[in-house]
Design a protein around this ligand. Structure first.
Ligand SMILES: C[S@@+](CC[C@H](N)C(=O)[O-])C[C@H]1O[C@@H](n2cnc3c(N)ncnc32)[C@H](O)[C@@H]1O
Length: 240
């Protein structure tokens, strides 16, 4: 049986038209006007999640929209590895939280923890604050650790950070829909992609508890340099 929505999505250039049609129906049901608006947004290159206003990530659903980083499936192992490595963590932070997808998933998986999320981008923080009310974490605007309440100094058991890590020369390789609709500072990591990691590692001694662990993501080819940045600190790298 032919599927008109799949055909329309394919006609506007969606490679994964079947999957997108299923997600549109899951979120919008049979609302034809809303479906037309999403197809038009996809034709204009808006990522599906931003067009729909929701993204699924690691067992939670968060609100997303224009100008906020779309949670990526490849970041889900950060949550799994963090929970496995620090199952008793009580003070947990998501550094560079975007919409707060990681914070929301961590709150679900670590119900004993107080989860705090930080982002420097006011647009991201508006989404994080809304998602925080729904998913039980606190969102703070500002620069990495400095955004956190001072009372958390020396008390962070677990920090999870899907940091901007794309080297300057690789920015043009990001898929066009995302590149055009996400801010530079959500992805750009400087010449070698590791400037945000350097900034975060520099704050670890002040903010982490003695056994505190940072779990973060780097590309395979960044691993050796990232290990050097981390030095002797407790950092678990998820590679991708
Ligand atoms: C790769 S995105 C990850 C977003 C979110 N964690 C996720 O996985 O969907 C990185 C985020 O770091 C934020 N960011 C960049 N520089 C920052 C800084 N100096 N302090 C706090 N957040 C920052 C960006 O605004 C962006 O939302």
């Amino acid at each position: 049986m032919s599927d008109r929505l799949v055909a329309r999505l394919r006609a506007v250039g969606c490679v994964f038209a079947e999957a997108e049609a299923a997600e549109i129906r899951r979120v919008l049901g049979h609302d034809d006007d809303a479906t037309d608006a999403v197809v038009a947004a996809r034709a204009a290159g808006t990522p599906l999640e931003q067009a729909l206003g929701v993204a699924r990530f690691a067992g939670v659903e968060v609100e997303v929209g224009d100008g906020v980083f779309v949670p990526r499936l490849r970041a889900e192992p950060l949550v799994d590895d963090a929970v496995a490595a620090a199952p008793d963590a009580r003070v947990v932070v998501d550094l560079g939280c975007g919409s707060g997808a990681i914070a929301a998933a961590l709150h679900r998986r670590l119900p004993q923890a107080r989860v705090h999320a930080v982002d420097i981008d006011p647009v991201a923080l508006r989404f994080a604050a809304r998602n925080g009310r729904r998913h039980g974490f606190e969102a703070h605007l500002g620069d990495w650790w400095q955004a956190l309440p001072r009372t958390l100094r020396g008390r962070v058991d677990l920090a999870v950070a899907y940091l901007p890590h794309v080297p300057t020369a690789r920015l043009s390789g990001i898929a066009g829909d995302y590149r055009a609709h996400e801010p530079d500072r959500a992805v750009a990591g400087g010449a070698d992609g590791l400037d945000p990691l350097r900034a975060v590692v520099a704050g670890m001694d002040d903010w982490m508890s003695p056994d505190g662990l940072l779990v973060t993501f780097v590309a395979d080819e960044q691993h050796i340099a990232a290990r050097t940045v981390a030095g002797a600190r407790r950092v678990l790298f998820v590679l991708g």
